[in-house]
Ligand binder design. Structure first.
Ligand code: SME
Length: 137
């Protein structure tokens, strides 16, 4: 849209708010999909910078959600084969797809340094956050 700069700033502010105020949200980011290239691109984040700013569809938890269009809750990352480690401190992860007009255009990705912290309430809350973000785009 013609409003991408301000949307990115708002997405960064959302990441910072969530990472600061929810104690088990240690890294929070939004990846956005390029459907032609079949890659995800890190758009906004809070927490330690990651080397994984571009992720192919199918790779890692994020890449799998780009293809499945489903929430993916990982209670223990050690139990996952198809996982991309961003930090050795991360124990668990949640990825929720972000839909705009019914299309999976990206996702919110949260890493936690705790094992198994995410509940259905996190899924519901993050789906709500994504709906609000979609309305900015
Ligand atoms: N762990 C993710 C990669 C992104 S980092 O967590 C920031 C994955 O497996 O897709």
């Amino acid at each position: 849209s013609n409003n991408e700069g301000s949307a990115k700033d708002k997405m960064t502010a959302i990441c910072e708010l969530l990472q600061e105020h929810i104690d088990y949200y240690d890294w929070v980011g939004f990846y956005m999909a390029n459907h032609e290239a079949r890659t995800l691109h890190l758009e906004a984040f809070a927490g330690e910078p990651t080397d994984h700013t571009v992720i192919p569809f199918g790779k890692g938890i994020c890449g799998q959600v780009a293809e499945s269009n489903q929430n993916f809750v990982v209670p223990d990352v050690k139990a996952q084969d198809n996982y991309i480690a961003c930090s050795i401190t991360v124990k668990s992860e949640i990825v929720i797809p972000l839909f705009k007009d019914g299309k999976n255009i990206g996702q919110i990705d949260i890493d936690s340094n705790k094992v198994d912290p995410f509940t259905k309430a996190d899924e519901d809350f993050l789906e709500f956050v994504n709906e609000k973000v979609a309305a900015l785009l």
